[in-house]
Design a protein around this ligand. Sequence first.
Ligand SMILES: Nc1nc2c(ncn2[C@@H]2O[C@H](COP(=O)(O)OP(=O)(O)O)[C@@H](O)[C@H]2O)c(=O)[nH]1
Ligand SMILES: [Mg+2]
Length: 162
Amino acid sequence: MPLNGRIRKVTVIGAQGVGKTSLIRRYVYGRFSNGVEQGGESAVYRKRLSAGELIIWELGTEEQNPEAILRGSSGVVVVLDVTDEATLEWANEVLPYVSSLLPGRPIAIAGNKCDMKYAARLWRDDIEPIASRWNAALYMTSARTGENVAEVFAHINPDGRS
Ligand SMILES: Nc1nc2c(ncn2[C@@H]2O[C@H](COP(=O)(O)OP(=O)(O)O)[C@@H](O)[C@H]2O)c(=O)[nH]1
Ligand SMILES: [Mg+2]
């Protein structure tokens, strides 16, 4: 099926500091900059793909109207920080909302900062039950090393591998 010119939207959500901006930058620009400073506002990025264009929204933690950002998304990436157990609670609370707003759309959970093994508090086995409850794919990612970053976005947008 020809996909040229196709535009898709994905939304990246997660608690403050989990690495949303870093994951998007790694995917879009192919690099990691330590200590990215950004407030809780939403932000939008574009990535050109051979099969069209991907519009990537970072849902800011201070966004007043999350539904307006999430609506129309082809899929959602829910980001956790494996060094911070509270971010799993955050995901557990937000997943029912996301799946009812976007029924049937793919969800990927990114267990991010997996390079920080010495500081990890969450392991794949801790996150898996929540992922399976919400029928979400689970990837352990690192925006720092790039591990599994393309895979997360490919799950949400399977046409857009390149
Ligand atoms: N070691 C490591 N640090 C990360 C990773 N992703 C993000 N960070 C750091 O975590 C902090 C918050 O990242 P940021 O992308 O701003 O999080 P956001 O608030 O979710 O957008 C920054 O200091 C990043 O450099 C990662 O995969 N590994
Ligand atoms: Mg950010």
